[in-house]
Design a binder for this molecule. Structure first.
Ligand code: FES
Length: 170
């Protein structure tokens, strides 16, 4: 499977601007509303793809350039699809010393993705992060809001396989 290919999602193929228009209408007379508008549209559509950004700009009487200025400034905004499951592998010093590099390699082996990449089925995204504040249980990973510590490579592989076998719905 070519996991790293450019991903065209349904959002891009069948963009329905209704939710975007409704969100923008709520904030129409609120100066400086760009951040809540982007947060809500991202929540609604998953990520901020070009057609959506243009529509937001239109609705908010701004230029796409201004919108992208905000998007690129804040780490909370995404212009690429992100997986249903976000695997965060801590690469801080304590975790690094305890072998977190091997865990990133296992993600690559299991899903074919590197740091910042998403599988073609949009199920998994890998994010290597700095210390997540649980150094006492290094090496540590998070998958969405669940934390897994003191991970041996075989434990990590089992956890990844368990997530991979979860059904797509829900
Ligand atoms: S270095 Fe990984 S939790 Fe602190």
């Amino acid at each position: 499977m070519a996991e790293n290919e450019v991903i065209e999602t349904e959002e891009q193929q069948e963009f329905d601007p209704t939710m975007c228009d409704e969100i923008c209408a709520k904030y129409q007379d609120w100066p400086g509303a760009t951040i809540p508008v982007l947060q809500e549209t991202q929540d609604a559509y998953g990520y901020l793809f070009p057609e959506l950004v243009e529509r937001i700009a239109d609705d908010m009487n701004m230029s796409p350039h201004q919108i992208y200025g905000v998007i690129t400034f804040y780490a909370q905004f995404y212009t690429k699809p992100r997986g249903k499951y976000i695997i965060r592998v801590c690469r801080g010093t304590a975790c690094h010393v305890q072998g977190s590099g091997r865990i990133s390699e296992i993600v690559k082996e299991e899903f074919g993705i590197g740091d910042g990449e998403t599988t073609a089925d949009v199920k998994f995204t890998l994010e290597e992060v700095s210390c997540i504040g649980a150094c006492g249980m290094s090496p540590v990973i998070m998958i969405n809001n669940s934390t897994y510590g003191n991970l041996k490579p075989e434990d990590a592989r089992k956890i990844f396989k368990d997530y991979a076998s979860l059904p797509d719905e829900g």
